[in-house]
Design a protein around this ligand. Structure first.
Ligand SMILES: Cc1cc2nc3c(=O)[nH]c(=O)nc-3n(C[C@H](O)[C@H](O)[C@H](O)COP(=O)(O)OP(=O)(O)OC[C@H]3O[C@@H](n4cnc5c(N)ncnc54)[C@H](O)[C@@H]3O)c2cc1C
Length: 501
């Protein structure tokens, strides 16, 4: 008899959400994490004395219904506060964008275009409706196309109804916007290039896309949903407190979490999952395995191509994973002079598009798109675009270049920053792979693009969280409902397990 009903690989937020739903349903769950810290990409860690940072992810929030279902507030989940986006220009001007459409925001937009300020409240309302439709789509179980049974068709019909309820004008606008570029979408609403660029930058966050790429309209809606607008949701005490609350909730439900326990192999008997082998050689049995690691790592490294059908191996190898995000953290003396908010360097649409162009040619962008946040003395710079695959150099040589460009670009809009820096700690896309376990440094475990969304995620025909190995399920960012800190993929996977178990 196995000691556990379910083993969950990884202690990222999706794994922990899945584990909690299963624990709540009475399953005995063991979570195994390769690192010494839980949270995956959403970790708060220390790089030295006074150098405590949200290492990768600057902020965010789980879906409110997940927080409520799992009773996470009782287990210590702090409230998150919404911060406006502030686009910084080299001439000292600033554009403030907030979903509140408060006087400060309207006056700020109005300084660039009076007409744009008038349109902002309607745009926010439209984006909120589009995001609520995406949210419903992410919660809807996707069928295994092309064979849709009646039972699978019903949730899809309900999703169609929720789209219809937006009203015919908004419904068509949402459908049209999905394949559009963020530029085309913002052009329909705004005349100021500064306003268009700031909104377009939301679309490219975390993606290897430019604001002129087809489908960046979808990416804009997706990130708007996750952030709750153009700014960021900041978690009091650091993003790591989300994982702390999930771990506490899981333990209260009888689950266990083992850190520094990398899984090396998913064990299967006659194509049926039956346990895992750790890097230490220890084997742990369970009749159901769920992996929150990315699909490529899970299927090709932990299962192995010889145990999978050839066409499935080919489809797994073809998942587009193209990380191009880096982080540069600065410990300052405190006199960095940053205003409050989620600061961005995205002065024009052409600037952001050119920043992306560099990634296409395997180069670190010389004029990158930046998001800059401060927490006390620490300033964190989210850098795009820095491609995982450099054409002519290695990341060991490129780190110094990345740091120099990040600091020079940030200093061009924050004049006090440079002289305040005391220590630098950068994380390249290669570090994202080696330290945080993200194949090709792809934070979404597979790009969030039109041909990898909904019933095409992680690959056509496999959007039900199942795999060719019976009772091996996928619950991470790379599967349906994933992409961001929402916890949606973990919840969907737990439901699939409970339905199939
Ligand atoms: C720079 C950056 C900025 C971001 N900004 C945002 C944002 O603004 N908004 C937003 O919503 N999201 C953002 N994200 C993405 C967000 O953090 C992730 O989508 C989310 O945390 C993913 O959770 P996950 O559980 O699916 O995967 P992960 O967090 O990747 O967790 C997977 C876990 O599995 C573990 N693992 C892998 N292989 C093994 C193995 N063999 N054995 C044991 N354990 C294993 C890993 O160590 C990791 O802990 C950002 C990410 C980054 C990197």
């Amino acid at each position: 008899m196995a000691e556990y009903d379910v083993i969950v690989i990884g202690a990222g937020l999706n794994s922990l959400v899945a584990a909690n739903y299963l624990g709540k349903a009475g399953k005995k769950v063991l979570v195994l994490e390769r690192r010494a810290l839980a949270g995956g990409q959403a970790v708060t860690e220390s790089f030295g004395d006074g150098f405590q940072v949200d290492a990768l992810h600057a902020g965010g929030q789980l879906r409110p219904d997940i927080v409520a279902h799992l009773d996470l507030a009782r287990h210590g989940l702090p409230a998150s506060t919404s911060e406006p986006m502030i686009s910084l220009l080299a001439d000292g001007r600033q554009l403030r964008l907030s979903t509140d459409a408060d006087n400060e925001t309207l006056a700020s937009i109005g300084a660039f275009s009076k007409r744009d300020a008038e349109r902002w409240p309607d745009f926010v309302a439209f984006m909120n409706q589009a995001a609520s439709f995406l949210d419903a789509a992410y919660r809807t179980p996707m069928p295994r196309l092309p064979h849709v049974s009646l039972a699978e068709g019903m949730p899809l019909a309900r999703l169609g109804l929720s789209l219809r309820r937006l009203g015919s004008r908004t419904m068509f606008r949402v459908i049209r916007a999905l394949p559009m570029s963020a530029l085309e979408l913002t052009e329909e609403w705004f005349e100021s290039d500064v306003v268009r660029a700031a909104i377009g930058s939301v679309a490219v966050h975390g993606a290897t896309l430019g604001p002129m790429s087809a489908g960046s309209g979808y990416a804009l809606m997706h990130n708007w949903l996750n952030r709750g607008g153009p700014g960021h949701a900041r978690v009091e005490g650091g993003v790591g407190r989300i994982a702390d609350a999930l771990v506490a909730a899981l333990k209260a439900r009888g689950g266990q979490v083992r850190m520094s326990a990398p899984v090396r192999k998913v064990l299967a008997d006659d194509q049926r999952a039956c346990g895992v082998r750790l890097a230490s050689g220890e084997e742990i049995a369970a009749p159901i395995i769920i992996s929150g690691a990315d699909p490529r790592h899970t299927l090709l490294d932990l299962v192995g191509a010889p145990d999978l059908p050839p066409e499935f191996v080919w489809a797994t190898q073809s998942i587009k994973m193209r990380g191009s995000v880096a982080k540069v953290h600065l410990l300052t003396d405190g006199a960095h002079g940053l205003p409050n908010g989620a600061l961005v360097v995205a002065p024009s649409v052409r600037y952001v598009e050119r920043a992306y162009d560099a990634a296409k040619y395997g180069q670190t962008s010389p004029e990158p798109y930046l998001e800059i946040t401060a927490n006390g003395r620490v300033v964190s710079i989210h850098f795009q675009f820095a491609p995982y695959s450099l054409r002519e150099r290695e990341w060991s040589q490129e780190r110094a270049v990345l740091e120099r460009i990040a600091i020079d670009t940030a200093a061009s809009v924050l004049p006090q920053l440079k002289s305040s820096i005391r220590e630098i700690r950068s994380l390249t896309p290669l570090d994202l792979e080696q330290t945080y376990g993200l194949t090709e440094g792809d934070l979404n475990h597979g790009q969030l693009i039109l041909d990898q969304m909904l019933f095409l995620r992680p690959m056509p025909g496999w959007s039900t969280h199942k795999t060719p190995i019976h009772n091996l399920y996928l619950c991470g960012n790379g599967v349906h409902g994933g992409g961001g800190i929402s916890g949606g993929a973990g919840r969907n996977a737990a439901r699939a397990v409970l339905k199939g178990a």
